[in-house]
Structure formats: C-alpha cells, structure tokens
Design a protein around this ligand. Structure first.
Ligand code: MTE
Ligand code: MO
Length: 197
C-alpha cells in the first residue's frame, strides 16, 4: 500500500492545475524585450483605436484614467516556459475603450512605441479579458516592463501583451505581428501550447 502525505500532494496538485503544460513557476519577473526600451512621457503619451469606420478614437494619459481603472489579479505565461502566478495589476478594461468603436473587422494589430506589433482576435480582447495596464504588484510599470502603459492579455502567451502600447488597429484578416512573422504561433493559447508554427 502506498504511503503519501496528503498535504504535499494537495499543494502540488493545486499549483500544477494553474500551470499550463510545459510551464514552470517563477518568483522574480524576467524582462524580455526585442530591442531597447523606448522612453515615453505621460505628458505626450496617447492611445488610439483605429477602425474602418469613422475617425480614430484617442485618449490622453488623463483621459484614459478617467474611464475607470480597475484591479486585476491574474497569472501570466511566457512562451519561454516561465509563469508568474497571482500578479496584481491595475488598468483600464478594453471593454470601456471599445464602447464607441464601430467595426465589422474581427482582428486587431497592437502597435507599440518603438515599433513592436502583435495580432490578436478582437473577441479575445473583450468581455473582461484584456486591459491597458499602468501598474503591477503595487508599483507603476517600470520602463523595462512596458511603462508607462502596456497591453495585458493574460489568457494568451505574454508576447501578446505589448509593452509601451500606442494603439490598436482593426484588421479584416489575422495578419502576423513581430514575433508571429518570426515563427511564433498566430494565436498563442498557453493551455493548448500554441508556441510556434
Ligand atoms: N513592445 C514590446 N512588447 C513586448 C515585447 C517586446 O519586445 N516589445 N516582448 C514580448 C515578450 S516576448 C514577452 S515574454 C513580454 C515580456 O514582458 P516583461 O519583460 O514585462 O516580462 O513582453 C512582450 N511584449
Ligand atoms: Mo516572450
């Protein structure tokens, strides 16, 4: 008959169930950037959503905060196999930003200061699934982590969470962004291990 400690296996199982396949939990927060961090001043920062109908929707730093900042507790999963559990974020829901945006397009290209891009299906950004985030774990986002503002899409691999976010562009087709053109998966669901293609 097997001898086991209930407490130990219980903890293991609870943590494992929160880790997508192939992921390992980290306690630090690694920095992964494809180039130098652009310096973006909140005085001149603006966030834009462009669709095929009507003029672009624009928010300054103060205007986006006035929409309503919420607290988010979530896990993040990087394609390089680390996951960070229970991070505390603050940001504005994409639902608020899309309230007056009219589009018949199904895909979004996220654009960052510095030129980084990444593609995401629109329906995976809405219904409380993504934010423009300004703070993590009680601190304003450091420049190396995308400060002053980054996209946060925790349900997809973390390369989809564009740092130094500048705007979103609606697209009729699922065109690949920066890493997707280099061989990363077009979609990037960590639970399906959509890493590369
Ligand atoms: N603008 C921009 N956003 C980016 C990246 C980048 O190079 N530039 N790297 C992506 C990748 S591959 C990952 S894993 C995460 C890393 O975020 P972190 O450095 O805050 O951990 O940011 C993503 N967003
Ligand atoms: Mo990454």
């Amino acid at each position: 008959m097997a001898v086991f400690t209930r407490g130990f296996t219980g903890r293991r199982r609870e943590q494992d169930s929160r880790l997508p396949p192939g992921q390992t939990k980290v306690d630090d927060w690694p920095v992964l950037s494809a180039g130098p961090s652009p310096r973006v001043d909140t005085e001149t920062w603006e966030f834009t959503i462009r669709s095929e109908s009507g003029p672009p929707h624009r928010w300054t730093w103060d205007e986006i905060h006035e929409l309503g900042v919420e607290d988010i507790t979530t896990d993040i999963h990087c394609v390089t196999h680390w996951s960070k559990l229970d991070m505390a974020w603050r940001g504005v829901s994409l639902d608020l930003l899309f309230e007056d945006v009219e589009t018949s397009y199904d895909y979004v290209m996220a654009h960052s200061y510095g030129g980084y891009t990444t593609n995401i299906p629109l329906d995976e950004l809405l219904d409380g699934q993504s934010w423009i985030a300004f703070e993590a774990d009680g601190e304003p986002l450091g420049i190396e982590h995308g400060g002053p503002a980054r996209l946060l899409v925790p349900k997809l691999y973390f390369w989809k969470s564009a740092k130094w976010i500048r705007g979103l562009e609606l697209m009729p087709d699922d065109d690949p962004g920066f890493w997707e053109q280099a061989g990363y998966h077009l979609h990037g669901d960590p639970w399906k291990e959509e890493r590369y293609w």
